[in-house]
Design a protein around this ligand. Sequence first.
Ligand code: PLP
Length: 405
Amino acid sequence: MSVNNQLTRAQFDQVMVPNYAPSAVIPVRGEGSRVWDQEGKEYIDFAGGIAVNCLGHCHPALVEALKAQGEKLWHLSNVMTNEPALALATKLVNATFADKVYFANSGAEANEAALKLARRYALEKYGAEKDQIIAFDQAFHGRTFFTVSVGGQAAYSDGFGPKPQSITHLPYNDIAALEAEISDKTCAIMLEPLQGEGGIIDADIEFLKAVRALADKHNALVIFDEVQTGVGRLGKLYAYMRSDVVPDILTTAKSLGGGFPIAAMLTTNEIAEHLKVGTHGSTYGGNPLACAIGNAVLDVVNTPEVLDGVKQREQLFREGLNEINEKYHVFETVRGQGLLLGAVLNEQYKGRAKEFLAASVDEGLMTLVAGANVVRFAPSLVIPEADIAEGLVRFERAVAKVIAG
Ligand SMILES: *Cc1c(COP(=O)(O)O)cnc(C)c1O
């Protein structure tokens, strides 16, 4: 089998575990919101590596941070702390409700830490009876066994033996269902402030307020999974900042590293105390190389220019998608916020989101789906307006192709 000559998609099936089904295209280079494959074909990137590449590909500030730290110090383990981790934790604390930060390497790991912390906090403060985690249908929280069990799609957690217990799923945005279920045995309510994988479904403000009020009434913690919505995606640094509903624990990953793996769990002093020395940890969590890049990401993203720019770009996407829809009548609605948008297919095209994605790739455009009925867009927060315009032209051609069959 060839390693040095041309590597092909066919090799994937020979040497990789078959849990993914990647497209035939193998990208080899990216710059800003454009990507090129092995054949030199160009793509406009409306996918952003699933809401990860928040500053596009190879942003100069991130390349500089990677190179500078790469020549200084890569890794230590948590036997010693390091300057980039201290700087990034300080930035996150200064920018949010949080007093304390725990670093991890992926969204699932940050959520795993959040769930373990919530259980530990309830156990130590109120006793073993208080262990119920309330989560929501269609929610996505990652693929570790605990997080996938808290997630709201049983298909992802079935088939791996006995699951973690005392997890209840309720309909999202349903205040009455939450009122009926919550009790003093509830230790935490976990939710995405806007469901991403579940279909780009935003939380109603009244629902968020009810989550907070009911949690307070029953001494339960509120965990916001902002792995997808965080770091500017919705036009605020974190989605919780859209309202006055503040969580007790917040998780952030994806865009935090702009393409380099890093995640964090944020919380308050009072709650953080319960992850005492030795209760939890990670070899790589808070590694200097990852944190150096996280610092560079936050320095660029957490500015009025970038955050306000997200709202301007959202307008361009909405206008362009509405124009396409006026011509071709494929969407029921365009939902979501900022640069996390979902074009929901109407009755006629229900279940066919993947066809729109495949046709887009043919036309030189990378998009995403969120379930079978939603075409999802999660581009760079700084995608040039010209790339948005050209990407929408390509998307229109893809839509025309799908309609023509
Ligand atoms: C992607 C995602 C995760 C999982 O993140 P990984 O880095 O893949 O572990 C968790 N929660 C939400 C809301 C996500 O979108």
